[in-house]
Design a protein around this ligand. Structure first.
Ligand SMILES: [Fe+2]
Ligand SMILES: [Fe+2]
Length: 256
């Protein structure tokens, strides 16, 4: 029996098939998050979402969107819209990390989680309904497969945490990849141990927090903002989120 991925032009390693695979997994995890019975289950599911979403988005921003801008009509407008969504996810997640009582599901916390799920779903819809079909029309199956393989390699070696200060575009985000990947993935291991072992939880959480401070200093290295656009620039000094809902219409001009 053939699977949908096998009938996609370019097969199961096509960028379209690989994107849909991750998007479906994200939907499953968002459902799990909504029904998490307690704070531990919520933390674990949020960790899984971060490890899925941030490398996925990083590989889009550094490899896939530049291809879309070069090859697809109105690629600039299309990719600018999803980069704003990615930026908002980064800022929401950073706020989630700084909540004083992460175990307490108060109103602020609920509002952040609800908005996060909403933006992630908007991002998936924009990509699946507006960008990927145009990419399929423009590129050959072999090109879709080549981009898919490159994207998958990048995804497996990309940062796995929010970095709202780093540019959403090359070259800044590409330069940030190596140091932030090492720091993020070390923190992932420490956080996983802290969830599994109450004996080591304090030490691991402390070490993870210190690595987080190092990552925050790395993020602020000026060259890592190279390539940034006005639309995705973080609101300076306020730490406030600019909701994408207030952004101009994301429909590309003219017939597409
Ligand atoms: Fe995606
Ligand atoms: Fe995305």
């Amino acid at each position: 029996m053939t699977t949908p991925a096998e009938t996609t032009p370019g097969g199961r390693f096509s960028i379209v098939a690989l994107q849909k695979r991750d998007h479906e997994r994200l939907e499953e995890l968002l459902d799990e998050l909504a029904s998490a019975p307690d704070a531990t289950a919520r933390s674990r599911t949020l960790g899984q979402i971060a490890r899925l979403v941030f490398p996925h988005a990083f590989a889009e921003e550094s490899l896939l969107w530049p291809v879309v801008r070069r090859t697809v009509p109105f690629g600039e407008a299309l990719t600018s819209g999803v980069e704003q969504e990615h930026q908002e996810v980064n800022e929401l997640w950073r706020r989630l990390e700084t909540l004083h009582h992460p175990d307490d599901l108060d109103e602020d916390h609920q509002a952040l989680l609800a908005r996060l799920a909403e933006v992630l779903r908007e991002d998936v819809r924009d990509e699946e309904d507006r960008i990927l079909p145009r990419l399929e029309e423009t590129l050959s199956p072999a090109q879709l497969r080549m981009i898919g393989v490159g994207w998958e390699v990048l995804r497996r070696t990309a940062p796995s945490r929010p970095h709202p200060v780093v540019s959403r575009r090359p070259p800044g985000n590409v330069l940030a990849a190596v140091p932030l990947t090492v720091l993020d993935r070390s923190r992932d291991v420490l956080d996983e141990v802290s969830l599994r072992s109450s004996r080591l939880a304090g030490v691991c959480r402390g070490a993870s927090a210190r690595l987080g401070e190092v990552a925050a200093r790395v993020e602020r290295i000026g060259v890592l903002r190279e390539g940034e656009t006005v639309e995705t620039r973080r609101t300076p000094g306020t730490g406030r989120i600019r909701f994408v809902g207030g952004a101009p219409d994301k429909t590309p001009p003219g017939p597409v």
